[in-house]
Design a protein around this ligand. Structure first.
Ligand code: F6P
Length: 323
């Protein structure tokens, strides 16, 4: 099949770097003589036919912007066969020969479902969670980590001044990657993640031990999917005599916004270019992955078959380094 027109969409939770990726996709495709259609609001836009042509000028001025100019959504309808049929109907109606899907694990599942029905599709990993198998880093992770690092640095100032413990809640429903790495770069006493259960007593002992060792504060990073929930945990800790009183800061969606870091812009740009090149080279049913220093295609079937967990080696390192 000769490729004439490609479509691009962003789906799932937005991630800083999606915009530079869209820009790279559009301009690479145009420079190779292809037409580009932008699908608004992810798979939802695809099944509703919310599709617009994209020119080089349409993607001007977005390189440095967080979020996604195409919009994004989570679309339960698309997970149903009926929704997928509608989506394919719109791909045909707009004469889109191949689709680039930028998003996280749910989006790669969607991309795989389309590939299974004969659509030519290439995925690009974009999610602050870094829970996608097949790539060392997803687009957005580095910027989110920098946001968390700066928040922890600021919290440490007030924590030390008041001699307090802080529970800092990061995103990551199912994966503790962000929390572990934030704990490492933020000098946390310990990290609570979905991959490991922790008891209130263990947290209390860690805080009390930091207090007794003469520390002026204790930072505990709590992933949102950890077995202990930060607000309830703080309440329990404040009813115990462990030296420090505890406060909670939930970073929430702040982690998803902001200007993409240099690393994310570069990764997003490289992946966007590589995704178009992959389509032109006849690839389909793959996701672009960062392996070592190289961006290369990995099978979408493998991506959706595996789940990436937080690196438990680093998890233990955080507590060791807090000594
Ligand atoms: O998948 C990215 C993510 O930010 C998760 O870390 C978080 O659990 C979830 O999205 C929040 O989703 P929403 O923006 O739909 O509330």
């Amino acid at each position: 099949m000769t490729l004439k027109t490609i479509g691009v969409l962003t789906s799932g939770g937005d991630a800083p770097g999606m915009n530079p990726c869209i820009r790279a996709v559009v301009r690479t495709a145009l420079s190779r003589g292809l037409n580009v259609m932008g699908v608004r609001e992810g798979f939802m836009g695809l099944l509703q036919g919310d599709i617009i042509p994209l020119t080089a000028r349409d993607v001007g001025g977005i390189l440095q912007r967080g979020g996604t100019m195409l919009g994004t959504a989570r679309s339960p309808e698309f997970m149903e066969k009926k929704g997928q049929r509608e989506a394919i109907r719109h791909l045909n109606e707009f004469a889109i020969d191949a689709l680039i899907v930028i998003g996280g694990d749910g989006s790669m599942r969607g991309a795989r479902a389309l590939a299974e029905q004969g659509v030519t599709v290439v995925g690009v990993p974009g999610s602050i969670d870094n829970d996608l198998w097949g790539t060392n880093m997803a687009i957005g992770v580095d910027t989110a980590l920098n946001t968390i690092r700066s928040a922890i640095d600021q919290l440490r100032d007030t924590a030390s001044s008041h001699r307090r413990a802080f529970l800092v809640e990061t995103m990551g429903r199912d994966c503790g990657y962000l929390a572990v790495m934030a704990g490492m770069i933020g000098g946390a006493e310990m990290v609570l993640i979905p991959e490991r259960d922790t008891s209130v007593d263990e947290v209390a002992e860690t805080i009390e031990s930091a207090y007794k060792r003469g520390k002026t504060h204790a930072i505990i990073v709590v992933a949102e999917g950890a077995n202990l929930k930060s607000i309830a945990l703080a309440e329990s800790l404040n009813n115990m005599d462990i030296g420090f009183k505890t406060r909670v800061t939930i970073l929430g969606h702040i982690q998803r916004g902001g200007r993409p870091s240099a690393f994310d812009r570069l990764l997003a740009t490289r992946m966007g270019v590589a995704a178009v090149e992959a389509l032109l080279g006849g690839e389909s049913d793959v996701m672009m992955g960062l392996e070592g220093r190289e961006v290369q295609p990995v099978s979408l079937a493998e991506v959706v078959r595996h789940k990436r967990a937080a690196n438990l080696e680093y998890y233990d390192m955080v507590s060791m380094l807090a000594f």
